[in-house]
Design a protein around this ligand. Structure first.
Ligand code: ATP
Ligand code: LTN
Length: 332
């Protein structure tokens, strides 16, 4: 039966190489949901364009992200995996929704405030309206749940508000989506400044671990991660660096912070860090191997994202036509 399962949609921008924040906060959760939901996962290349990108790098990263989705365990037979720009309905619906979104709402978005502060003068209008494109991504698929890290909650709230506004002004058109925030790995912090979230667009490579970082680099970055001089492996606000390493380890092994604290009673930071590093290496090695193989198999990769775009377009176009009709645009 069509749509018996609830619908999930999520995406990651190809704006930098993916980090373990993206992996533990997003992709790993997606994999665990794939049997129970009708899922759509895209690489949101149009979102990446909101800040300046090098075209060759953007192309390479878009494909690499698809390979990472697959290598992490997303099965293209169970999930619709596609590239956002291959489904033009996203851009078209974003325009329509732009006409229902208020400047004030967009000005309150923390991600916009953070990013625009860093960019100074050259803040594009696209960066400002970025959450509206994200709302289009979500609403086009009658999405029930959007699995993301906790930083994206505000954007999903906006998608909900836009859906409700449109439904009230016209007639029920959109499903009102909910954020789905996993409890482990929801917020992996920067290794150098553990008050900030780990981000793929950080200037300092020691602040993040990339999914594709070689084992030695992972070991080095973890050994350099900022801790404290308390000397106890404890999950507490006073120890943001150590707490972050506990979160990372727990997100990989499935252990609770308290279990990890107990295991490391009386054990020093050096041993703890080395175990965290090994756990990451062990988790990522098979993924890295698979990504390399996939990137060499162009025809397979192409078949995945073309097939995905075709399936996604079918659903997205149906919703777009509905929106256009209700707004008074003349059908072709
Ligand atoms: P950028 O640094 O370019 O803003 P980002 O690294 O924050 O990007 P996004 O593309 O914005 O990554 O996010 C993709 C997904 O990964 C989202 O679901 C987001 O919540 C999740 N995510 C990103 N960083 C983290 C993190 N540090 N911890 C947990 N989840 C994260
Ligand atoms: N803004 C999101 C990326 C994103 C997204 C989406 C996530 C774009 N469109 C739709 C979920 C659903 C981010 O993680 N920075």
């Amino acid at each position: 039966m069509e749509n018996a399962k609830k619908v999930i949609l999520s995406g990651i921008q190809p704006s930098g190489d993916l980090t373990i924040g993206n992996y533990l906060g997003a992709i790993k959760n997606w994999v665990s949901l794939q049997d129970d939901y009708d899922s759509y996962y895209c690489v949101v290349d149009l979102h990446a364009l909101t800040v300046r990108q090098n075209p060759a790098e953007l192309r390479a990263r878009t494909l690499k992200n698809i390979a990472i989705y697959l290598a992490s365990g997303l099965d293209p037979a169970k999930n619709t995996i596609f590239i956002q720009s291959h489904v033009p309905a996203h851009s078209e619906a974003a325009w329509l929704l732009n006409c229902f979104c208020y400047m004030g709402e967009l000005s309150r978005m923390t991600q916009f405030k953070d990013k625009s502060q860093k960019l100074g003068e050259s803040v594009s209008a696209g960066l400002f309206t970025y959450p509206v494109l994200m709302a289009a991504d979500i609403l086009l698929y009658n999405t029930d749940l959007v699995p993301v890290g906790s930083d994206q909650k505000q954007h999903i709230e906006l998608a909900r508000d836009l859906a409700i506004r449109f439904n009230n002004l016209y007639s029920p058109t959109f499903k009102v989506p909910d954020a789905y925030i996993g409890n482990v790995g929801a917020r992996i912090m920067d290794l150098q400044e553990p008050q900030k979230k780990m981000s793929k667009s950080s200037e300092n490579p020691n602040s993040y671990i990339l999914i594709m970082d070689p084992p030695d680099v992972i070991r080095k970055k973890i050994s350099r991660a900022v801790t404290d001089d308390i000397g106890v492996v404890r999950f507490s606000e006073e120890q943001p660096g150590i707490s972050n390493l506990i979160s990372i380890l727990g997100a990989i092994t499935g252990e609770k912070p308290q279990e990890i604290e107990k295991k490391y009673e009386g054990i020093g930071y050096a041993q703890f860090k080395s175990d965290v590093a090994e756990a990451i290496v062990e988790e990522l090695s098979p993924v890295q191997e698979k990504v390399k193989q996939l990137l060499e198999d162009k025809p397979y990769m192409e078949s995945v994202y073309k097939n995905g775009a075709e399936k996604a377009s079918y659903v997205a176009n149906k919703t777009l036509r509905k929106m256009q009709k209700k707004l008074g645009l003349i059908p072709r």
